[in-house]
Design a protein around this ligand. Structure first.
Ligand code: UT7
Length: 324
């Protein structure tokens, strides 16, 4: 059975760090409120001339190095982002050019907000299993601070900029959970709740980019239920239990959501990969950022079974089970 195996990971965070303390000098908030409600200590902010494609390209280079591949080996560039450089062309095409991925490769963006990396895994794995791709560069990259209303303390303290990338390669497996690669994914949406987390603008509505708006408490409530359901679904489909999971690598939105979800499923706290303190909610970039950190710190090793999840605007949500 054909499998999509992660052979390299990489990530990049912009140089500029904005701590909670510094944020509290111009927003009516406090380090204590942000830390206790969310687990965030700081976020990174892209430089004025730094675009999503720049962050994505840096993360992708590191993932390619880790996979011992060169850009000419890549046949598909998939960028999950809500903050593209331009309305068009796709950021993936900009990244293709900046990296030197050959003309003729497939390159496109995927818009599923914070769930973009899970949706991207579903799409990349489907392309590989259908024989349409062999070496996919899947990147989650965001300059989300550009969508923030710095007057809205309920949202501006939560988000940051960053990028994470993985290389997925086609390989043959036995068709069991012992295989390396993506074992099962679910990607779901419910557009009825789109107003609970959205931007108040866009190319076809206002002709502007808009600012991020969120009803946090409502999103929180839906997040715990939806994420837990998706995680249960992938584990059941693959025939594994919470005890089999070596590391839980979630979307880094709020430490309280992650702990509540892990508790619901019986995953002990020491098996949760947490990087939110360092970079806040980086939307589609947060899972590959956490995954790359886990790999580089030796917390995720080849052969480990990983459970990933995300929830975001749309609503969109999903989960993925994979063996490194
Ligand atoms: O990645 C996409 C998915 N997004 C999420 O998963 C986010 C889900 N939601 C959350 O993480 C939480 O709802 C938040 C962290 C956004 C908010 O936490 P909360 O415990 O739900 O707080 P709240 O919105 O109910 O606000 C509690 C209080 C309010 O004051 P009163 O009405 O109790 O006096 C707010 O005005 O906290 C106040 N508040 C703040 N205070 C200091 C809201 N934002 C701030 C702030 N600093 N930044």
């Amino acid at each position: 059975m054909r499998r999509s195996v992660i052979t390299g990971t990489g990530s990049y965070l912009p140089e500029r760090v904005l701590t909670n303390q510094e944020l509290a000098t111009f927003v009516d908030t406090s380090d204590e409120w942000i830390r206790t409600r969310t687990g965030i200590r700081q976020r990174h902010v892209a430089a004025e001339n730094e675009m999503t494609s720049d962050l994505a390209t840096r993360a992708a280079r590191r993932a390619l190095d880790a996979a011992r591949l060169s850009p000419v080996d890549i046949d598909t560039v998939l960028v999950a982002t809500t903050t593209p450089d331009y309305t068009f062309p796709a950021t993936a095409c900009v990244v293709q050019d900046k990296l030197g991925v050959p003309a003729g490769a497939m390159a496109f963006d995927l818009q599923a907000v914070c769930s973009g990396f899970i949706y991207g895994l579903t799409v990349a794995d489907s392309l590989i299993r259908a024989g349409q791709a062999r070496h996919v560069l899947l990147i989650g990259a965001e300059t989300l601070t550009r969508l923030l209303d710095w007057e809205d303390r309920a949202t501006c303290v939560l988000f940051g900029d960053g990028a994470g990338a993985v290389v997925l390669q086609a390989a043959e497996g036995a068709g069991t959970v012992a295989d390396r690669g993506v074992l099962h994914t679910v990607s779901r949406a419910d557009g009825r709740h789109r107003d609970l987390l959205h931007t108040d603008g866009g190319p076809s509505s206002t002709g502007t980019v808009g600012k991020l708006r969120m009803q946090g408490r409502e999103v929180f409530r839906h997040a715990v239920t939806n994420i837990a359901d998706a995680m249960r679904e992938v584990m059941e489909a693959a025939g594994v239990s919470a005890d089999d999971i070596d590391l839980f690598v979630p979307h880094q939105a709020n430490v309280r959501i992650l702990e509540a979800t892990a508790k619901k499923l019986g995953i002990p706290a020491e098996r949760i990969m947490l990087t939110i303190a360092e970079h806040g909610n980086t939307s589609a970039a947060s899972i590959p950022l956490a995954l790359d950190t886990a790999v580089r710190e030796g917390r995720a090793k080849p052969g480990d079974l990983l459970l990933l999840e995300a929830m975001g605007g749309g609503f969109t949500w999903g989960a993925a089970l994979l063996r490194l």
